[in-house]
Design a protein around this ligand. Structure first.
Ligand SMILES: Cc1cc2nc3c(=O)[nH]c(=O)nc-3n(C[C@H](O)[C@H](O)[C@H](O)COP(=O)(O)OP(=O)(O)OC[C@H]3O[C@@H](n4cnc5c(N)ncnc54)[C@H](O)[C@@H]3O)c2cc1C
Length: 403
């Protein structure tokens, strides 16, 4: 009996419906407006408000807290679609997502009840902060401290760097040293939940001592702000430690867990920007003619398109594998590292090839590829550089294959 060829489906019906909805939103609201916000380097408030209406800030938050209660895989699919439009938009949602993940996995019941409902609607948006002016890859070298000043009183002092959503967020998950003598250093680190006013530089009143200097000027990844954070005697209580008193000195492990999903999300962003670069390249190469025919008919250009499409498929599959493992409760640090490495490098490669296919016009601000060209390099850095991913992959490979 003849067997019908299987229809390949990598999305459930629900995932298909949600990603279609997000794709339409991207086509209608993000792609036509990204250039304006990018050139002005202004915050895309109307787009953020529409994302709130669509419920996108609460995708993975359980329904009991007002979210959609969807899995990480569906979230990653959404991130890919948003990043196809503009990676700054996925940046606004990604650090918020990391905050919700930290709360859902490690927060006390009280912390969940306090923050998650407002985070599900996007009324409160989150940032997270590990990096400092003198420590990025080497997280254990951070210097910001929280010192116990009373029975239930802590004081945070130090400076943080490169905080995505640093200005517009109202809550920041900050990694600090609580035991400066701990050996190794990571055993003396704690994650504090730091409230702040949204959009305000100098905080006053109860939030005094937590200030946000003006945003850092960047080559790309515009619209979403990256800032320093300055803590000068910022007061917190035991209840502001992620997970309460039990969370004391557990911050490094909590943050590394969140970064595992963060890395898969950056991978999804790499796939999204690469996909957009391929679409632009396919269109332009069939429109532009040289030597009497569309450049798409020159084999050298077809090879570029072929390499781009092949790499994108591979990057998407490895990203989905990593996130599905995480959803299944399996350890996925190796796979998350591979996904982040492959997809961010794929994003850079596809954007570069698309740029070349555009010839001189790729250098013009009139063409979308110019924005992608400035945006793609961020993915090689954020949530761990490619060198750091290779270190993680190598270490995990050896751990899993010890002789
Ligand atoms: C736009 C933007 C947004 C960001 N958002 C956030 C955020 O929201 N929160 C946050 O906490 N951080 C954020 N970051 C910081 C980011 O995570 C760091 O920049 C990144 O981890 C690299 O750290 P670094 O810049 O200090 O570089 P360094 O650690 O100083 O590294 C410099 C170079 O040395 C290489 N290197 C370092 N160590 C090794 C090694 N052992 N072996 C081989 N090579 C090595 C690196 O790969 C890199 O090429 C953001 C950064 C940017 C640019």
């Amino acid at each position: 009996m003849a067997v019908a060829a299987p229809t390949y489906k990598d999305k459930t019906e629900e995932q298909e419906a949600i990603t279609q909805m997000v794709r339409q939103f991207v086509d209608e609201q993000i792609l036509p407006n990204a250039e304006k916000y990018d050139h002005e380097d202004s915050y895309p408030q109307p787009i953020v408000e529409q994302m709130q209406e669509l419920g996108l800030f609460g995708v993975t938050i359980p329904e009991e807290y007002g979210g959609m209660g969807l899995d990480l895989t569906t979230y990653c699919m959404i991130v890919e679609e948003l990043s196809r439009g503009w990676i700054s938009i996925s940046g606004i949602i990604n650090t918020h997502f990391i905050g919700t993940y930290l709360l859902m996995k490690f927060g006390t019941e009280e912390q969940k009840a306090h923050y998650l409902p407002k985070m599900a609607t996007g009324e409160i948006r989150a940032s997270f902060s590990l990096s400092e002016p003198e420590a990025g890859s080497d997280v254990q070298a951070i210097k910001t401290t929280a010192t116990k000043t009373g029975d239930d009183a802590w004081e945070i002092n130090g400076a943080k760097m490169w905080v995505t959503n640093g200005l517009m967020s109202s809550v920041c998950f900050v990694l600090v040293r609580t035991d400066p003598n701990a050996q190794p250093a990571y055993k003396g680190m704690t994650c504090f939940i730091a409230d702040k006013e949204s959009g305000v530089g100098e905080n006053t009143g109860e939030l005094k001592g937590f200030n946000v200097p003006p945003k850092i000027k960047k080559m790309g990844y515009k619209g979403v702000e990256s800032t320093e954070l300055v803590f000068e005697g910022y007061k917190r209580t035991d209840g502001d430690i992620l997970g309460g008193e039990e969370g004391l000195n557990k911050g490094f492990v909590q943050m590394m867990d969140a970064l595992e999903v963060g890395r898969v999300n950056v991978a999804a962003r790499g796939v999204g920007i690469a996909q957009r670069a391929l679409e632009l390249a396919l269109r332009y190469s069939q429109e532009r003619k040289t030597f009497g025919k569309p450049i798409a008919e020159h084999q050298a250009i077809q090879f570029k398109l072929a390499d781009m499409a092949t790499q994108i498929e591979a990057a998407r599959l490895v990203t989905l594998k990593a996130v599905r493992m995480k959803d299944a409760g399996e350890r996925s640090d190796l796979e998350a590292g591979m996904a982040k490495l492959l997809a961010s490098e794929t994003g850079r490669m596809c954007v570069e090839e698309c740029f070349r296919i555009h010839g001189g016009y790729g250098y013009s601000k009139e063409y979308e590829i110019e924005r992608l060209y400035r945006d793609a390099p961020l993915l090689l850095i954020g949530e761990g550089t490619s060198e750091i991913q290779r270190m993680v992959i190598g270490k995990k490979l050896l751990q899993r294959n010890k002789i």
